[in-house]
Design a protein. Structure first.
Length: 279
């Protein structure tokens, strides 16, 4: 049976992040990708030049077209831009059968451009996070949502707990932005009381455009295929590690991660580059 995944996100004309990264990742992990576009960005490896949100009626129409026809195995969100778009997504999804829903609370692009209006943060917290099977903030996003600074693993623990209290089924707090460790350490906690850390070496590279989108899309693809949440996030960590390690040095800024790397390695984790630490 074909597993179908859905991304609700913005377009990155440069192809490294956003809808493009999500669809490539869905394909690489053997799922059929569908998409509802929330915004168009004129973007490349150097930054975002322009942003045009999609009219909410068109966001709703895209979701209805997909959900009226397909059985979605899992979905994710990326760039959502405005409170109006978030509310439209929440209202529309509420009218359909549920599926595992991954919220990647995208706020700011690598070059500093805003991908979420300040006024949309309340809508994100109140309307979308309670619908999430998994919330995947990076450190700056978790700092905004949990309203606290995060500079250590113990801060991550406190913030993740606060985010769980907002109603998500689980939180994967990504540690890529940590400066106090040579590791890329992500903390997973769930409302069911599960907790573990996924730890890999930090790769020295500038080619990390789209890491967050790709990671959340890989989790979504695995969930769409029916993997339990824990297995989905572990497989996705291997996927993103390979994608960063074999990152593409194209363009003049931060090159994109290599979505094909995990498949080219035979869809297997390499023990020498990845350590999963369960506590
Ligand atoms: N330099 C790196 N080396 C290895 N893994 C990394 C590196 N940077 C980020 N990661 C991993 O990539 C994933 C995305 O993380 P992060 O960079 O924190 O998110 P975002 O792209 O949303 O800012 C996480 O699993 C993180 O640990
Ligand atoms: C259209 C669009 N959506 C999301 C992002 C942010 O992507 P992310 O994976 O967090 O990667 P960086 O921007 O940090 O490289 C984006 N840039 N564009």
């Amino acid at each position: 049976m074909t597993s179908i995944a859905l991304t609700i996100a913005g377009s990155d004309s440069g192809g490294g992040a956003g809808i493009q990264a999500d669809l490539k990742t869905f394909q690489e992990l053997g799922t059929f990708g569908t998409s509802a576009l929330t915004a168009v960005t004129a973007q490349n490896t150097l930054g975002v030049h322009a942003v045009q949100p999609i009219d909410t009626s068109i966001v709703i129409a895209q979701l209805e077209a997909i959900l009226d026809d397909f059985t979605i195995g899992a979905a994710k969100t990326g760039m959502l831009f405005s409170a109006e778009i978030i509310e439209a997504i929440s209202d529309t999804l509420s009218r359909y059968p549920t599926f595992p829903f991954v919220i990647d609370p995208v706020m700011i692009a690598k070059g500093g451009a805003s991908l979420l209006q300040q006024a949309a943060i309340v809508a994100l917290k109140e309307r979308l996070i309670p619908m999430a099977a998994l919330l995947t903030p990076n450190i700056p996003e978790a700092e905004v949502l949990a309203e606290m600074p995060i500079t250590s693993l113990s801060h991550m623990e406190i913030a993740a707990k606060r985010l769980l209290e907002m109603g998500a089924g689980a939180v994967l707090l990504k540690g890529g932005h940590r400066e106090d460790t040579p590791f890329a350490e992500d903390l997973f906690v769930s409302a069911d009381g599960e907790r573990f850390i996924m730890k890999s070496k930090r790769i020295q590279t500038k080619d990390t455009h789209g890491t967050g989108c790709t990671f959340a899309a890989a989790i979504t693809a695995e969930l769409a295929k029916g993997a339990p949440m824990t297995e989905a996030v572990i497989t996705a960590k291997h996927f993103i590690h390979a994608a960063i390690e074999d990152g593409l040095s194209i363009g003049n800024g931060h090159g994109p991660t290599n979505h094909a790397a995990y498949r080219l390695r035979g869809n297997r984790a390499r023990k020498d580059v990845e350590l999963i630490e369960k506590r």
